[in-house]
Design a protein around this ligand. Structure first.
Ligand code: NAP
Ligand code: ZN
Ligand code: ZN
Length: 351
C-alpha cells in the first residue's frame, strides 16, 4: 500500500523520552478521510502505554487518541465529510462492522478485535497504528466524528476519549434527576464526569486524595467534595450513592467505595490500574451491589456525547502545551499535577 511520510512524536522504548520521528501513513483510500491535526489531548492511557504498564505496547509508539483536526483530503466514496470540516478521532479507527457488537454500535467490543487509533495491529496497512502526536491522521470516515463549533476547540479535544469514557457509563447507569452519583478521582476523566453528570441532572459527590482539588470540585459543579482519607467525612456517605464512577489510574481499595452504595448500587471502574483489585465478598453480597467496568463508547454514542457537551457548553479545563514540552507534561501527569487535561497545540510540531 502506498504511504506518505509524516512527522510525529513518539518513542522506541519505555525507557526513552518521546522525540521527533517520521512515520508512514497510508495514502487516502476510497472511504478515507485525511485530517491535519490541530490539537491532541494527553490521556493517562497514553502514559500507561508508553511506560508499557500492561506489557502489550507495540514499539515504536506514537501516542495520542484525542485527535481534533480539519479535513484536508477525502477518498472518492466519502459521503459524510468535505474538505475543511472540523473532525475528531478518538480511540476507535476500525472494527469488523458485522459482529453483534458492531451491529449494536458498541464497536469497542468488536468480537473480531477493534483497531485503536494507536498501538493496535493495523489490518489495513499492516504494522501497527500510530496516534495523534503527529501532523496528520488518516482513517475510514465511519470512525470519524463531526466536531460541533466549540468556542474553545483545543479544550474540546479531550472529549474524544475522556468525555466518552465517562458519558457512556453515566448514560448506561442512567445518571439523572434523583440519582446520587459519586466520582472517584479528579483527573482528566473525573473532572469531565462531574460536568457531564451535573448536566444530566444528577447530584454529584466527588472523592479525591488531593486537598487542593476540594474547592475546585465545587467550582467544576460538584454538589459535595470529600477528602477520601477523612474517615469521618467518608462515613457520612455510607449507603448513600446509587452509582460511583471510579477513574483512579493506580491500585486502590474499591471496598471503601462499595460501602458508599445503596442496595443495588454499582461501582463502575473506568480507570486502568495495572494491578488486580481485591473485593471483599460481604462488600458486594450485602446490598446486592455490583462492581462493573466500562470501556470508552461506540461511534454513535461518541457523536451523541459531542452534541450533548456542545449543547451544555462542556469542554475540558485544559493546559495547552507545545509538543516539545510533552515529556515534562507526562512527568507532571504521573504526579497528578495537571488541572485537568494537557492538550498539545499540534502547530508546534510544524516548527
Ligand atoms: P489522570 O488525569 O491522571 O487522573 C487520575 C486521577 O486518579 C488522579 O487525578 C487522582 O485524582 C487519582 N489517583 C491517581 N493515583 C491515585 C492513587 N494511587 N490512589 C487514589 N487516587 C489516585 O488520568 P485520566 O486520564 O483521567 O485516566 C484515568 C484512568 O482511566 C487511567 O488509568 C486511564 O488509563 C484510564 N482510562 C480508561 C478508559 C476506558 O475506556 N476505560 C479511557 C480513558 C482512560 P485525585 O487527585 O482527585 O485523587
Ligand atoms: Zn484515553
Ligand atoms: Zn465487530
Amino acid at each position: 500500500m502506498e504511504t506518505i511520510k509524516v512527522k510525529a512524536f513518539g518513542t522506541n522504548s519505555s525507557n526513552d523520552e518521546l522525540a521527533e520521528m517520521v512515520i508512514n501513513r497510508r495514502k487516502v483510500q476510497a472511504h478515507d478521510v485525511e485530517m491535519e491535526i490541530l490539537y491532541c489531548g494527553i490521556c493517562h492511557s497514553d502514559l500507561h502505554q508508553i511506560k508499557n504498564d500492561f506489557g502489550a505496547t507495540l514499539f515504536p509508539i506514537v501516542p495520542g487518541h484525542e485527535i481534533l483536526g480539519r479535513v484536508t483530503a477525502i477518498g472518492e466514496h466519502v459521503s459524510k465529510f468535505s474538505i475543511g470540516d472540523l473532525v475528531g478521532v478518538g480511540c476507535i479507527v476500525d472494527s469488523c462492522r458485522h459482529c453483534e457488537s458492531c451491529e449494536e454500535g458498541v464497536e469497542q467490543f468488536c468480537e473480531e478485535g477493534v483497531t485503536f487509533s494507536f498501538n493496535s495491529v493495523d489490518k489495513v496497512s499492516g504494522g501497527h497504528t500510530f496516534g495523534g502526536f503527529s501532523n496528520t491522521y488518516v482513517c475510514d470516515e465511519k470512525y470519524v466524528l463531526r466536531m460541533p463549533g466549540f468556542d474553545n476547540l483545543a479544550s474540546a479535544a479531550p472529549l474524544l476519549c475522556a468525555g466518552i469514557t465517562v458519558y457512556s457509563p453515566l448514560m448506561h447507569w442512567q445518571a439523572g434527576p434523583g440519582k446520587k452519583v459519586g466520582v472517584l478521582g479528579i483527573g482528566g476523566l473525573g473532572h469531565l464526569a462531574i460536568k457531564i453528570a451535573k448536566a444530566m441532572g444528577a447530584e454529584v459527590t466527588v472523592f479525591t486524595t488531593s486537598p487542593s482539588k476540594i474547592e475546585d470540585a465545587i467550582r467544576l459543579g460538584a454538589d459535595h467534595a470529600v477528602l477520601s482519607n477523612d474517615n469521618e467525612a467518608m462515613s457520612n456517605y455510607t449507603r448513600q450513592l446509587h452509582f460511583i464512577i471510579d477513574t483512579v489510574s493506580a491500585k486502590h481499595d474499591v471496598n471503601t467505595y462499595l460501602n458508599l452504595l445503596r442496595h443495588d448500587g454499582t461501582v463502575v471502574l473506568v480507570g486502568l490500574p495495572p494491578e488486580a483489585l481485591e473485593i471483599g465478598a460481604f462488600n458486594v453480597v450485602s446490598g446486592r451491589k455490583s462492581f462493573a467496568g466500562s470501556n470508552i463508547g461506540g461511534i454513535k454514542e461518541t457523536q451523541d456525547m459531542l452534541d450533548f457537551c456542545y449543547k451544555h457548553n462542556i469542554v475540558a479545563d485544559s493546559e495547552i502545551i507545545n509538543i516539545q514540552d510533552v515529556n515534562t507534561a507526562f512527568e507532571r501527569l504521573e504526579k497528578g499535577d495537571v488541572k485537568y487535561r494537557f492538550v498539545i497545540d499540534m502547530a508546534s510540531l510544524k516548527n
